[in-house]
Structure formats: C-alpha cells, structure tokens
Design a protein around this ligand. Structure first.
Ligand code: GAL
Length: 761
C-alpha cells in the first residue's frame, strides 16, 4: 500500500523565526495559510528586493491515522526557498539547502504513539552565499517561502524507494531498461512487477525475482520486446504509464518512447531533424513570485506551445515545477532542464550543493520525455574543469542516455558536455557589440561604430567554430540572444517595438540558416522582476516577448507566425496606426508578422497593393514577416482607416483593421479557465484589454480598472490598477471551498463594465 496525500492546507506562517518556535506548539502570532505560499506579497515593481529575504516559520499539525500503523511516513516538499530546517515535535529531522529541488523527510516511527506531529519548518529565504545561485549577483529574484506543494507519502516498510525508467526504441527491441532502489525491512526473497499501460490497456508486464538484503537494495532489469508502441513526438505526444509493484507497494511514472540525438548537423527526434525554436522561461509571477499552483504553471507551457508556436523551452535557470514539466510532456514541448546558478561559482561546499542539485534534478525529472538535455553547468559561468567533470559524471551515472549541455557565454570554453550550448548576444543590428563589459566606457562601445563588411558575417549569430575555437564541428545550439541587448517595454515607442520584433526575427533567421546550429532559444518568454542592478530601475527586466502578465508584445508574433498556418493563422500588423508616433512620422515601413502567403493593404477603401513575405531579408525563416516599404497612394492631410488582409493559396484567411480615430469602446475580458478545483488552492488568469472599434488595444490609454470580487475567491494583487499598454491581467485565487466566484470589472472613466464567473468544484 502506498498513499500520497496532499497537505497544502491548514498551515500556519509567521514572517520571523526564533528557536522557541521549534519547541512551542503555539501558533499565536501566526497566520493561517495554504501552500504554495510566498513569504511576502510584493508590488508589481519598484519594491525593495530585501523585502522577502528573511527567515520565517511554517507550522502544521498532522494527526496520526490508524491506517498508517507500521508504515514509513515521509513528508515531501516540492521546494523551499532557500534553506529549510524541518522539525518533528521539536526534533530536527532534516536540513536542505537549495530552493529549487525536492525535499523528503522521514517522520520518526514514534508518530504512531505521539498521535500528533507538529511539523515546524524554519525557512531561510535570504540569499545565502553558500548556496547556488547566490554568492555573486543574479539577474532575477528568488523570492521566499514554501512555494511549491507538499504531500505525505505513506509506504510499507519494505518499499520501492526509487524507480528510474529508460524507455528505448529500436526496430529490434523496444524496451524499458530500469534501475531502482528498494528499501527492505529484512533479508528476504520477493519480486518486483513492472507493467506498462497505454491508458487503461495493459501493453506488457513482467515479474522479476528479488533477493533483498535488509536496508537499501539496487535492482536493474528490462521490460523487453514491447509491441505496438507509438513514439512521443511534438505533434502526437503519446504517453504511457509504467506501474511498478512490490507486494502491496506501488508507484507509477508517466513516460514516453522516443529517440533523441544531437549531431553536429542538429537535433534529431525519432530520427527527424527538429529545428529548436524556443524561449527561456523564469517561473516567476507578479506579486507572489514563485508561489503559483499547478494550473498557472501548466498554462505557461500552453501559452508557449499554442500561442507562441514554440517547440522548446529552457527552464532558465533552475528546475521548474513538476506540473510545468508534466504539461510539456502532454503537449509536446521540449525542455532544457537546468541546475540553479548564474555566472558565479562558489567554493567546495557550494559546488557540493550544485552537484547534489544535478542529482536531485535528474532523479526527479528523468522520466519526462519532454526533457531533451540536462543543463549541468552554472549558467554563463567560467570554465572549471574539476567541477564540471563532476556534474557531467553525476548526470551520466544517473542518465547515460540523455545529452548534457551547459550554458556558457565565453568563447573557446572547455567542452565537457555532449552539446556546446551558448548564449550568443552578438546581434546589435549592425553595430559592433561588446560582451562582458565591466565599465560604462565598455558599455558605450555597444554603439561605437557600425560593423565592417567583414564583421557583418556575425550580424545575427556567429558560426559555431568562431565560438568553440575547435577545429571540427560539434553538436551546438543557442541558448540565449537579444534580452538585455534591446530591452523593450510593452508600452515602448512604436519603432522600438518593431525593432525588438525584428531582432528576434533576424536571430531566428540566422539560426535556421546555419546547418550546424541546431536552433535557438531566445531571451525571453516574459518580463520578470529582478534585482536593482538589472532591469529598468523598476525591478523589472523588460526582456520578454510578452509582458510580465504573459500578454504578447509584437516580438511574440514573430514566433507565433513561424507555426504552420494549419495550426494557427497569424496576421498582426506591428503598428499603432498613427501618423505622429514615429520619428518624422508616418507608418511606413509597415511590418506584418504573419504566416500568410501574401497580404493586401487598404488605406481607407482603396487597395494600395498586395505584398509578399520579406524572403530576401529573411531567407531562412519558415514565415518571414511582410514588410510594406513603399506604400503608395494619396495621404494628404486626411488620415483614414487601414486594413490588412491575409491570403493563403489565394483564399482570404485573416483580416486586421486599424482605426483612424481610435476610442475605447470595448472592454474585452478573457479568462484562461472558468472551471476551477476546490481543495488545494487553484488559480486562473484574467486578461483585460481596452479596445477600439476594430478590437485593437489603445497603447497609451491610462484608464483605471476596478475589480469587485465576491464568493469563494480573491484577487491576487491589487483590486484596482491602471492599464499598461492598454492591457493588463490579474490572477484569481480560490480559497479551497466549492462555490462560485463572481468578479465585476469596470473602467473608472469610460462607462464600460464586464462580469465573469468561476465555478469551483
Ligand atoms: C544573460 C543571462 C540571463 C539574462 C540575460 C538578459 O546573460 O543568462 O539570465 O540576464 O542575459 O539578456
């Protein structure tokens, strides 16, 4: 028998800690909370980054259940930022360092007599120099608290402590090799049963005789000759469940069968080259930092796959929520999973924690078919032969099949991994750039002079051997570009917004055009809160192709439009459609992010021409934007409406109209999910847009939105705020109970109002 019981509710929290908290059973001065939990709710921007860096205390009472008698009882934390000390009725049972990997603590057998267990967790959320990613400066915030889910796991004394499946596809023998650790109460003979299911259908099963010693036993074997297996791929991400049983004990892992191979010529999934097209994702959210539940984690994966048309995400710079990974498995989104760290490498003890992070990451995540590479270096750190020999060795020992990479930004770096992965920030639209600038003078060199013809070879990306310094080609891809090279706010001036989008197009074009670059993952999916030494002084890095609420900027449409129009037709004019916004004025050149074959352009009712994608400028992109350079026609003093119409195979498939005189007439409210779950707290995003007569946002409208929430939920963050670039979002949070949540959304000045309802069941 094995039970996994989530225990996310009825916790108590105090934003301070004293040793007395360990001994005392009192929760006087504590606040009742549910997990995931942030130790500090922050404003959207301009806050003090020290606000969440403190030691806090969490408490929960567990009551013994007679069904648990004679069992092993574990408490499993998804993650705690940054260092956690866990106590059982005042007795210290575990210390864990590192804020991104799971923590398991075994409760003492005396729980059966004690009946009540007070679990106290001392949570140190300071940036402790001894623990990765700390010790230097980092361009993101790590927040604080018990920010992931927690469960009790109850097992027989003799149980499967770990099971690691390695599904292998081949013509001769498709099979699952596996390794496992079995905890036995005594020396005995037993057997392990491994069964593979496709949904409810049993595909194969086998029983393996075991000769167990008292204590921990290692056991490896294979489930061979599997028939009728469908491979996991990006379009049909077929998943199977492997069920492992030992006597009454049983665990399940969801897996997928696929081959993955890196060659100098690219990345091959099931033997077919897949061009990596992705973005980096932090796991942060406005106000609550990392503390968001399953649905919000999963939604990010959905946005990346379905709205941005990506096939890859890098979990910069740490292992993400298991729910995010589950969703990537389900929808077919490749993941670069990476250990925590940023540029700085600490001393021996620090490196021990980082090496342990490799183990924890791989042991937790190994079964996910979506993970195509392990990041086993500290992002953008210097070479360190001994340290990275160790991290690579741990990865290979645990997972001999999967490739390792490690993100660097230095040239001629020692390649200890299978794949050379590099942040290539060379693109500066024709200006000579710097890398690793230390002083303001260095920084000013970013625009020192235009590139020479020779240097223009490295206009968007360098060729791999310029970077590796090797005399031969290796598996190679780009893990970051753009980002700080061109921060762009969602409310920036039109020309900057367009250039931001075009930079993403240029680098992707270069990646597509180089057979020895497996693809490119841009910086980054959405804007994120950061330390004061980064970002725009507002504690935000405006580096995203979307804003902090995951609402797309124009650069997002460059990605979205690379998808096959069969999946989704994209037609987005990158224009505010106004004569005076740009320097000098006018709207040309007019860039349209689209996967249409051609675009007709109308000024007023007059058709001014048909235009094709800019294949000369972007010869390698699947779908170059259409750039209308010369828009002929009568402009005069009169300013008229505009319209772009997209065609595929001669058929109209999309249309966007622009108003000559936009006014806010439509308060559009879209909800990610209206059906939410009771029990553990759940959440959905609500996106608000104030739109003109043609449903385009009004980029500079400063309307105030007011929210009124009734029922079994609450708003995360403030309940009144101004729009940003004509849009904004918030997340609603359930309170655990079933019922309805009704939210009224109104504008303060324009008489517009909408209502939305959620059902919590
Ligand atoms: C990289 C770094 C990222 C982010 C990015 C901004 O150097 O790896 O975390 O800071 O720059 O462009």
């Amino acid at each position: 028998m094995r039970m996994n019981i989530s225990i996310n509710n009825d916790w108590y929290f105090k934003p301070s800690f004293t040793p007395e908290d360990v001994r005392s059973s009192s929760v006087a001065g504590f606040e009742a909370i549910s997990l995931p939990h942030t130790n500090k709710v922050l404003p959207l921007n301009y806050f003090d980054e020290k606000d969440f860096q403190f030691v806090s205390c969490y408490k929960k009472t567990l009551v013994f259940d007679e069904n648990w008698r004679g069992k092993d009882i574990f408490i499993n934390f998804g993650a705690i930022m940054t260092q956690a000390k866990i106590y059982y009725n005042g007795l210290h049972i575990k210390t864990h360092q590192g804020g991104y990997t799971p923590i398991q603590a075994k409760l003492p057998d005396s729980f059966a007599q004690d009946k009540n267990a007070i679990i106290t967790v001392e949570v140190d959320s300071r940036e402790l120099d001894k623990i990765p990613p700390f010790g230097g400066q980092i361009d993101y915030l790590t927040y604080g608290g018990i920010y992931r889910e927690v469960e009790l796991e109850i097992t027989d004394k003799t149980h499967i402590a770990a099971f690691f499946p390695f599904p292998k596809v081949s013509d001769a023998n498709t099979k699952i090799d596996f390794t496992s650790r079995i905890q036995s109460e005594e020396s005995t003979k037993s057997s392990l049963k491994v069964a593979l299911f496709d949904g409810q259908n049993l595909i194969a099963e086998q029983e393996y005789a075991l000769s167990l010693e008292k204590g921990e036993n290692a056991f490896s074997a294979s489930l061979e000759n599997l028939q009728g297996i469908t491979q996991w791929d990006l379009h049909q991400p077929q998943l199977y469940t492997v069920v492992v049983s030992l006597n009454e004990d049983k665990i399940e892992k969801r897996i997928g069968f696929r081959t993955m191979e890196f060659k100098p010529e690219g990345f091959f999934l099931n033997g077919k080259r897949v061009q990596i097209r992705g973005l980096n994702r932090h796991q942060s959210f406005p106000y609550v930092g990392y503390a968001m539940p399953k649905r919000a984690q999963q939604k990010d994966a959905d946005i990346m796959k379905y709205e941005l048309g990506l096939n890859t995400v890098r979990s910069s710079h740490y292992p993400p929520s298991k729910y995010f990974l589950d969703r990537c498995d389900e929808i077919g989104l490749l993941v670069f999973d990476e250990i925590p760290g940023w540029q700085h490498i600490g001393g021996k003890a620090w490196q021990d924690v980082a090496t342990e992070n490799v183990r924890e990451m791989i042991e937790r995540d190994l079964h996910h078919p979506s993970i195509f590479i392990w990041g086993v270096r500290i992002n953008e750190s210097a070479d360190n032969h001994d340290f990275y020999t160790r991290t690579n060795a741990v990865a290979k020992e645990l997972d001999p099949d999967r490739s390792t990479g490690g993100v660097r930004c230095i040239n001629d770096s020692e390649l200890l991994e299978d794949v050379y992965t590099i942040n290539d920030f060379v693109h500066n639209n024709g200006y000579i750039t710097w890398r690793g600038a230390q002083t303001q003078q260095d920084v000013s060199k970013a625009y020192e002079r235009p590139m020479t013809n020779e240097e223009l070879d490295t206009y968007a990306l360098r060729e791999q051997q310029q970077v590796t310094g090797l005399d031969h080609k290796v598996p190679y891809f780009i893990t970051e570009y753009n980002g700080h090279m061109y921060p762009t706010k969602s409310f920036d001036q039109e020309e900057r917004m367009i250039e931001h989008a075009l930079r993403h197009a240029r680098v992707q074009n270069a990646a597509y055009g180089d057979a020895y670059i497996a693809g490119a993952i841009g910086w980054c999916f959405f804007d994120y809160n950061t330390h004061k030494d980064f970002g725009s002084g507002d504690h935000i890095c405006h580096h995203g192709v979307s804003d902090i609420f995951r609402i797309p900027k124009w650069a997002a449409y460059i990605y979205a439009s690379q998808q096959d129009p069969q999946e989704k037709v994209v037609l987005q004019g990158l224009t505010y459609w106004t004569r005076g916004e740009r320097s000098i004025g006018g709207i040309a050149p007019l860039t349209v992010a689209t996967n249409c074959d051609s675009v007709d352009f109308y000024y007023g009712s007059e058709k001014l021409g048909s235009f094709s994608p800019a294949t000369e400028e972007f010869p390698h992109l699947p779908h170059p934007p259409v750039i209308l350079r010369e828009i002929e026609g009568e402009w005069g003093m009169h300013w008229d409406a505009g319209e772009i119409v997209g065609f595929i195979d001669g058929k109209e498939v999309a249309r966007q109209k622009f108003s000559a005189n936009p006014t806010p007439v439509n308060l559009e409210v879209t909800v990610d999910d209206t059906e939410l779950s009771a029990g553990d707290w759940d959440s959905s995003r609500v996106v608000i847009r104030l739109l003109d007569e043609h449903n385009n946002p009004l980029p500079f409208v400063d309307e105030i939105i007011e929210l009124e929430c009734e029922g079994v939920g609450e708003i995360i963050g403030p309940d009144s705020f101004s729009l940003i670039a004509g849009v904004r979002a918030f997340w609603v949070k359930t309170q655990g109970t079933a019922g309805n949540i009704d939210i009224k959304i109104s504008t303060r000045y324009h008489q517009l109002q909408q209502s939305i309802s959620f059902h919590v069941t």
